[in-house]
Design a protein around this ligand. Structure first.
Ligand code: URA
Length: 422
């Protein structure tokens, strides 16, 4: 077998076998296949696509490149959740304690933010003392004792995805449904959960820009799940606008607490309830309506909030000292009308440039930096109304109003949930 034949075969749009995909990935991991050869193969895949079998083989080969977490010592079914990534996406911080409060076990490995999307681990680290580096033993013990634990991804899970993802990032080969699906699902399956709920984002602030592609991605991931005997449900949700009212790290922890205290944004709360309900539905094997009732009850009686505080305490976080420092710079409307658009991506990039995110993996995050939105899409605004504010100790641009579109006519309201695939 040789890599040139494999590249040529894929270039000619012929289906690769398991052995050929295994050869390409394994040899790439030991540098016998070079970056330029893997790039050529990835580009042939992006152009010609992959069959269901090829996607399954790639997922399997990537899982086999590293360790698979053994969660068999956790009592009960473990349900995982994954978001394909979006701006202001603090969904995990609300959903996971809420689901754990319904007695479904949560053993969550999360990532840090890179690019315009934030990471759950960075957000949790804005709480003083919160330990995101649990040993395997601590992780499993906490899942059994508290019902929930969240830890940083270990270096040994799916190393092939890490290497291939970094190459895709710099070779224009990220936008392939098969590659995205196998990248996400290999990590989910290696993380050891029994069942998985996916939050597939679609819109201007997401990887998938239209609903058709989001459905294709969802169904591709569901099919991969089936071949590994994992039940998968995909919730497709709108990411045209920032999720909830904040973007940042500490500020998103505050928003998660507000949401669990019934003081959150309505659309964001609806998304959290929907994802949590499906996790409880598959985790407890109960009808979706019963799962929904249980989730809403635990939101209303604050059991979800109590579970979040319990999680923080169990991982040594100090919520009493939690505060957000920094100057507040208001963004004011320059006319009367309706707020019809917010340039989600540009605002996220701007907030990241102030220190909320990283440009390279060693950058240090300023947890205090953030954006708070006072107005939502469709709200009527008057000149000089405060649309939102930036929290930072740096000097800010005074033309941030350019990211907000105010027009005379009101826009139609939008749905946060765009579909459910299973
Ligand atoms: N998230 C991933 O983990 N992989 C991709 O390819 C895209 C989004």
């Amino acid at each position: 077998m040789n890599i040139i034949d494999i590249i040529s075969k894929k270039k000619d749009n012929k289906e690769l076998t398991y052995d050929e995909i295994k050869f390409a990935v394994d040899k790439y991991m030991i540098d016998e296949v070079k970056d330029y050869q893997m790039s050529a193969l990835l580009m042939a895949i992006v152009i010609n696509g992959m069959s269901d079998d090829e996607i399954y083989y790639l997922t399997k080969v990537m899982i086999e490149s590293g360790e698979v977490l053994d969660l068999s010592s956790v009592d009960g079914i473990v349900v995982d959740k994954h978001s394909t990534g979006g701006v202001g996406d603090k969904t995990s911080l609300v959903v996971l304690p809420l689901v754990a409060s319904c007695s479904v076990k949560i053993a969550k490995m999360s990532g840090r933010g890179l690019g315009f999307t934030g990471g759950t681990i960075d957000k949790l680290e804005s709480i003083e003392g919160f330990n995101v580096n649990l040993t395997k033993e601590e992780f499993i013990n906490k899942v059994n004792e508290v019902g929930i634990a969240i830890t940083s991804q270990t270096g040994n899970l799916v190393p092939a995805d890490k290497k291939i993802y970094a190459l895709r990032d710099v070779t224009g080969t990220t936008s392939s449904i098969g590659l995205i699906a196998s990248s996400i699902m290999s990590k989910k399956i290696a993380s050891g959960a029994d069942k998985i709920v996916l939050d597939v984002k679609v819109g201007k602030g997401a990887f998938m820009k239209n609903l058709d592609d989001a459905k294709k991605l969802s169904n591709t991931m569901i099919k991969i799940g089936k071949r590994f005997n994992k039940e998968v449900v995909a919730i497709i949700s709108n990411m045209d606008y920032p999720l909830g009212y904040s973007v940042g790290n500490a500020i998103e922890v505050k928003e998660a607490i507000d949401t669990l205290s019934l003081k959150g944004d309505i659309k964001f709360t609806k998304l959290c309830i929907t994802i949590a309900s499906y996790m409880v539905h598959i985790g407890k094997n109960i009808p979706i309506d019963d799962a929904f009732d249980m989730v809403v009850e635990n939101l209303n009686n604050k059991k979800g909030l109590e579970k979040f505080y319990e999680l923080i305490k169990s991982q040594n976080g100090n919520i009493e000292s939690f505060k957000i420092d920094g100057n507040r710079y208001e963004i004011k409307s320059n006319k009367n009308g309706y707020l019809v658009n917010i340039d989600t991506l540009s605002l996220a990039k701007y907030v990241n440039s102030l220190g909320a995110g990283r440009k390279s993996k060693d950058d240090i995050i300023d947890y205090n930096v953030g954006l708070v939105l006072n107005k939502k899409i469709g709200d009527e605004v008057s000149e000089n109304d405060v649309l939102g504010y930036i929290i930072t100790n740096k000097q800010i641009d005074d033309d941030l109003i350019k990211y907000f579109t105010i027009e005379n006519n009101k826009v139609d309201d939008y749905n946060i949930i765009l579909g459910i695939e299973k």
